[in-house]
Design a protein around this ligand. Structure first.
Ligand SMILES: O=P(O)(O)O[C@@H]1[C@@H](OP(=O)(O)O)[C@H](OP(=O)(O)O)[C@H](O)[C@H](OP(=O)(O)O)[C@H]1OP(=O)(O)O
Ligand SMILES: Nc1ncnc2c1ncn2[C@@H]1O[C@H](COP(=O)(O)OP(=O)(O)OP(=O)(O)O)[C@@H](O)[C@H]1O
Length: 328
């Protein structure tokens, strides 16, 4: 594929902390994901691609968005780097990187987006609606008043009050799940009627079995061997276990829930198959992105954050201006 990619065929689409996404001008359904320039702590595309295929895909199966490794030429990489500079995108790609990842665009055809925070967004297309969710730390047994996400948000004052608490979507109590689904949609302040999407998502969370429910799956593998406990005891990157690396990777993923109306108006089926949930004439398609392996070099940042949160009163001191506790 080297020499075939042409920088003028791609436009800027999005960026995160570590990657830049480009959209193909002639096929908007395709995105190219390129690593950003980071002087330290660099994870190469091939390492990420191998990790996703050998570890993540075994766990998340069909939920993983399809990906393909593409070889980059220096001419292409320099062209993209210049594009980002010309457009003042405030980021650059690592031009020494040999590969990029070609993947399906889960937001192809989006014409409007509603959001009030970074952990949930609602994207509207002509033929579908997509909820983008970053659930972060999923805790199946919250033993403190506030969960890790809420304690973190409160402490670093990222938000002034709780929008939603994603761990509550794991609750066995259906009314807690329903209330949380409503919290998510309320937080979006979408100027459309979202009641149908709330109903479908709620039905998915309460009907899917543990290995079919994306949040349950993430939660199980985030918390293997109680790996969160290890964080506060870390003394060097050698102490970082594979379970912890997997847990941290899965604590930072993004999920797309795409709601599609089916043509079959007579269907009253309700079932889960792979990454899709059918409810009557509605289809919910679920895809996970941003499942990069984490570097063990981040151990100090993880430990400092965890210790600072534990030393603070954020887990247990009632703060009604933030919201009530997170009990499941
Ligand atoms: O530390 P956290 O929990 O704030 O998570 C970081 C994310 O912040 P967020 O919680 O989404 O505001 C952060 O996301 P943003 O860039 O803030 O959108 C990154 O995902 C970061 O991972 P990496 O350094 O790019 O591998 C994430 O770092 P890791 O903790 O996953 O290493
Ligand atoms: N396959 C996809 N389809 C549509 N949009 C995507 C896709 N993958 C990522 N995005 C969007 O692009 C944004 C940035 O991508 P990504 O999360 O891969 O970057 P990142 O640098 O790893 O982010 P982070 O800062 O969370 O580590 C995502 O938050 C999401 O909104």
């Amino acid at each position: 594929m080297v020499g075939q990619l042409d920088a003028s065929e791609w436009r800027y689409f999005a960026k995160g902390n570590a990657n830049v996404l480009l959209q193909n001008k002639s096929d908007s359904r395709k995105l190219l994901r390129l690593r950003q320039y980071k002087p330290s702590d660099y994870q190469s595309t091939i390492d990420i691609y191998r990790y996703i295929n050998s570890i993540i895909a075994v766990i998340l199966k069909d939920f993983v968005v399809p990906m393909e490794l593409l070889e980059l030429s220096p001419t292409f990489s320099n062209g993209i780097s210049n594009l980002l500079k010309t457009e003042n995108r405030n980021c650059d790609i690592e031009t020494q990187e040999k590969y990029g990842i070609l993947m399906d665009n889960c937001l192809s055809g989006v014409i409007q987006t509603f959001s009030t925070g970074k952990f949930a967004k609602l994207h509207i297309s002509n033929d579908s609606v997509t909820l983008e969710l970053k659930p972060k730390w999923l805790d199946p047994t919250i033993t403190t008043l506030y969960c890790r996400n809420c304690a973190n948000e409160k402490h670093y004052e990222k938000s002034s009050s709780r929008n939603f608490c994603s761990s509550r979507l794991l609750s066995k109590d259906k009314s807690v799940v329903l209330g949380t689904v409503r919290d998510i949609f309320r937080s979006l302040q979408a100027k459309i009627d979202t009641s149908l999407y709330e109903k479908i998502l709620f039905q998915y969370f309460v009907s899917a079995s543990e290995d079919q429910n994306i949040l349950q799956l993430l939660s199980v593998f985030q918390n293997q061997n109680d790996n969160r406990k290890l964080i506060k005891t870390l003394e060097s990157e050698k102490d970082v276990t594979d379970d912890l690396l997997l847990g941290m990777a899965l604590r930072d993923v993004t999920i797309f829930f795409k709601f599609i109306e089916l043509d079959d108006k007579s269907s009253n089926s309700k079932h889960v198959r792979g990454n899709e949930f059918i409810l009557g004439q509605n289809r919910l398609l679920i895809k996970v992105v941003d499942i990069d392996n984490k570097s063990a070099k981040k151990w100090k940042y993880w430990k400092d954050t965890e210790c600072e949160l534990l030393d603070s009163k954020e887990f247990d001191e009632l703060d009604l201006s933030w919201g009530p506790g997170c009990v499941l």
